[in-house]
Design a protein around this ligand. Structure first.
Ligand code: ZN
Length: 165
């Protein structure tokens, strides 16, 4: 058990590397032409701003999700991971995943990473910094709001990651 501390340190380093890799080389970043879902998100606490785009296939599944915007490393990395996590999912599945991710980040449910997005584990450490949790959840909340707006027949909704959500 004497090495426990060292092991924890190296895990932290590993997760930080995963996080910065997404930050430096984000997946699915940029405007997505022809997207049915276009939603803006704003985290005024940190200054993070994202736009989330979702394009649906004929079966109504998320064929592709992209994001654009500016923010801190946690926000950009989490946005990148979100676009991978929801790809190919139905709107119901994507909404359920965004809800679960947010509850995991708020420590309301155990942090269990879906097998298809192992990189999400890198965000578990952010739970220790409550002020940064919104950085991690912003893109997920934004997509969630975009799905709601799409179903209500709206496009281009604007939302904030407020204290309540
Ligand atoms: Zn941030």
């Amino acid at each position: 058990m004497a090495d426990g501390h060292h092991e924890e340190q190296s895990l932290d380093t590993l997760y930080r590397d995963v996080l910065f890799e997404h930050y430096r080389h984000p997946h699915n970043k940029g405007e997505l032409a022809g997207a049915e879902i276009v939603t803006r998100g704003n985290n005024p606490v940190c200054g993070d701003k994202v736009v989330v785009y979702g394009k649906l296939d004929d079966a109504g599944r998320l064929e592709r999700v992209c994001f654009d915007g500016k923010g801190c490393a946690i926000c950009m990395a989490s946005s990148s991971m979100m676009t991978d996590a929801v790809r190919g999912k139905s709107l119901d599945e994507a909404a359920a995943l965004t809800d679960r991710f947010k509850r995991m980040m708020r420590d309301e449910v155990p942090f269990e990473v879906p097998a298809e997005v192992p990189d999400l584990e890198a965000l578990a450490g952010v739970k220790k910094f409550p002020v940064r949790v919104k950085c991690a959840t912003l893109a997920w909340t934004t997509l969630r709001n975009g799905i709601v707006a799409y179903r209500a027949g709206q496009r281009g909704a604007e939302t904030s990651e407020s204290c309540e959500t």
